[in-house]
Design a protein around this ligand. Structure first.
Ligand code: UD2
Ligand code: MN
Length: 291
């Protein structure tokens, strides 16, 4: 028997998915009522979802391999709404994807930038090179337009151009928060987010500076009509007070960027536990309060 031939048959590679996807809606119905966990798991177990919140098209090889990274603490109902709306959204776009929730243990001030860096590094330890594109995503943002494709492009791609909570859609010209897409190379070349912004605000503006003052990565934003998101209404979380140093920190962004980011991540956190649930992978971390 020709073993090579047999092997080849067994791993026969599926053809690429078509680059045309039919039936994308410009205004998707969003359901803001949180289902229970039992309801969620029952609904999605039929969709071919794999443990850890992984999914890919059955009959073709997706052109898009993306890890969705979400900074998280104590937003259980938001997470249920997110999963309920966004799993079908990602599947409709025929993505090969996995959802990572990077959860910060209670007791330290929330640090969104640090959690996203941790998600970028730790997800690669789990998946190797399976995903070459990363969506850095708030848990409370639900995409409205299915034409807002979760792929990466030549420049960093800001997705959340038009969020319901802002009157004019875009918060301000240099706004980069909410949802953004990076290739592995783009994220590495800007040294990721800063690790040192504890509490609310500033970390996204620092990232914007890194991207636009960097010769390699560039910044792009999807059109307002495409980048529509509903933000689930919420108050400021108790563990995430406004960061009073954010303006001062932003002024020294340029000086810190080489050390404060992916390059300085070692030793700033401990992974306590990794769980593969049906609808997502949880990376549970304790963070050094002075990073
Ligand atoms: C804005 C930006 C956000 C970030 C933040 C400043 C929007 C839509 N988003 O969000 O990208 O720049 O300002 O830090 O404008 N989170 C938790 N638990 C917490 C606190 C935060 O899970 O206790 C996560 C969660 O994913 C949340 C995200 O961090 O969506 C951003 O925090 P936020 O929603 O409180 O801040 P917001 O809406 O002003
Ligand atoms: Mn929010």
């Amino acid at each position: 028997v020709n073993m090579d031939k047999l092997l080849y048959k067994k791993i026969a590679i599926l053809e690429n998915c078509s680059d045309v996807i039919y039936g994308l809606a410009r205004r998707r119905m969003i359901n803001l009522i949180p289902p229970t966990w039992a309801e969620l798991e029952a609904n999605f177990s039929k969709t071919g979802i794999q443990l850890g919140g992984r999914w890919k098209p059955k009959n073709c090889t997706s052109r898009i391999h993306v890890a969705i990274i979400i900074p998280f603490r104590d937003r259980d109902s938001h997470l249920r709404v997110f999963l309920n709306n966004m799993h079908p959204f990602f599947q409709k776009q025929e993505l090969d994807y996995r959802i990572y929730i990077v959860e910060q243990k209670a007791g330290t001030i929330f640090n969104r930038g640090l959690l996203l860096n941790i998600g970028f590094v730790e997800s690669a330890k789990i998946d190797g090179d399976a995903y070459d594109c990363f969506a850095l995503h708030d848990v409370d943002l639900i995409a409205e337009n299915e034409w807002n494709i979760y792929n990466c492009s030549e420049k960093v791609k800001h997705m959340a151009a038009n969020i319901s909570k802002f009157k004019s859609g875009l918060a301000y010209e240099k706004y980069s928060g909410g949802v953004a897409m990076f290739t592995k190379w783009q994220y590495t070349s800007v040294n990721g987010y800063p690790n040192t912004y504890f509490g609310w605000g500033g970390e996204d503006d620092d990232l914007y500076e890194r991207i636009t003052n960097n010769n390699n990565a560039g910044f792009s934003r999807v059109p307002l009509d495409i980048g529509r998101y509903t933000m689930i209404k919420h108050e400021r979380d108790s563990g995430n007070p406004v960061n009073p140093g954010r303006v001062r920190q932003l002024q020294s962004s340029y000086k810190r960027r080489k050390v404060d980011g992916l390059s300085g991540l070692n030793g700033t956190y401990t992974v306590l536990k990794i769980d593969e649930f049906l609808l997502y992978t949880r990376i549970y971390v304790d963070v050094d309060p002075i990073a």
